[in-house]
Design a binder for this molecule. Structure first.
Ligand SMILES: [Mg+2]
Length: 116
């Protein structure tokens, strides 16, 4: 059985870089539209959203491979940027929690519960 990366490379080589970059845009839009529908209170089957997230994961892998061909440091650039974004988000959350503890208004949005 082929790895995810092998399938992604085969997709790029079979359909072409331009086609797969357009596919990435298309899949991102499909997931975006499902998010909008959820935010608008529309009923969407979890399986549908799961499939859109899976589509996006696969095209993001292809996009990373394509862009890595153009810039060999691209995987490292992504990882560095990702680490920065995670750390910055953690800092923003920490500041928000401190502000809430100091009497600022609390979040009114729905939240998630997880054991992570
Ligand atoms: Mg899709």
């Amino acid at each position: 059985m082929l790895s995810d990366t092998e399938v992604a490379i085969n997709a790029i080589n079979t359909f072409g870089i331009e086609s797969q970059m357009k596919k990435a845009v298309e899949e991102l839009l499909e997931l975006s539209m499902d998010c909008v529908r959820l935010l608008n209170g529309e009923s969407i089957k979890p399986q549908k959203v799961a499939e859109e997230i899976a589509d996006v994961r696969l095209v993001m892998l292809q996009l990373q491979i394509i862009l890595s061909q153009m810039e060999s440091k691209f995987p490292q650039l992504i990882e560095t940027a990702y680490r920065y974004k995670v750390e910055r988000t953690a800092l923003v959350i920490e500041r928000k929690m401190e502000a809430n503890n100091n009497g600022a208004s609390t979040a009114t949005n729905r939240t998630v519960e997880t054991d992570l």
